[in-house]
Design a protein around this ligand. Sequence first.
Ligand code: F6P
Length: 342
Amino acid sequence: MRVGVLTGGGDCPGLNAVIRGIVRKGVQEYGYDFTGFRDGWRGPLEGDTVRLDIPAVRGILPRGGTILGSSRTNPLKVEGGVRRVQENLAAEGIDALIAIGGEDTLGVAAALYQEHGVKVVGVPKTIDNDLSATDYTFGFDTAVNIATEAIDRLHTTAESHMRVLVVEVMGRHAGWIALHSGLAGGANVILIPEQRFDLDQVCAWVENRFKIRYAPIVVVAEGAMPKDGDMVLKDGTLDSFGHVRLSGIGEWLANQIEKRTGKEARTTVLGHVQRGGTPSAFDRWLATRFGLHAVEAVRDGDFGKMVALRSTEIVRVPIGDATARIKTVDPALYEEAGVFFG
Ligand code: F6P
């Protein structure tokens, strides 16, 4: 039995832990051989492989990034892409493929399974935590911890200078990182993509904070939008899954706050710092268990499934269920945080 493994989409802490879990269990318990494909779907598309055995996965558990590399290549958008993937999998003698990724990578996996019978098992990853059918994705906890530490640090400098500090965190369509780090870090305003914000209200919260002699911290997700505006884009370019590059809402917001309140406002954009470096213990635990259960699904011939966390259990769900729609922040959860605004 030869099993292919790939990691696609934006990287996140814990990918290496999944790879290690898959290889250790697959080799030690089932006697499988593994082939790593480089850079997400680009690997099978171009037949670009890397050795993946027990020595290759030694020492990678605490390392961020992915030893397999990643990309946002979409074989469904390439002329003859599916046929090339199938030919390269056959040429490498691949009996099953484990795809580790977010909605885009797993969307391709679902299509390859449903429409072309490719034997795929999916593993959910994304710092955004926006995949349906799993309570958490690994990478999220690490990102939240990084953002929380940044907010803690920004509190002290904001207070020394009595200025507004706006922190822009990742989260294109879902505000999970903003909500969790904002609550954990004691932010005074949290803005998420799911709820358009009222700039007058944000300024009122900011002013209120100054009245009680504290400097406000505003946490804003990159995809957050004002009531009468749109997402702020970095530029107009699209990736092969049709996503635009975001970033800029933090700067825009700080300018607006400064203009409207007369208070000095600065911005910190956390960007890829949230995705880099060593995974938290929780993410290592979750990623490792996902890896172990993914290779178990291969052993059972249970293809077209994704491993998912439900409470503390790892279950298998149809990949299509996970990618049909993204998991956004429930309005009630956001409302709950409102007691700390202003
Ligand atoms: O999907 C994860 C994510 O980190 C998003 O939060 C963010 O919008 C995007 O990736 C950034 O992607 P890239 O690193 O390709 O610019």
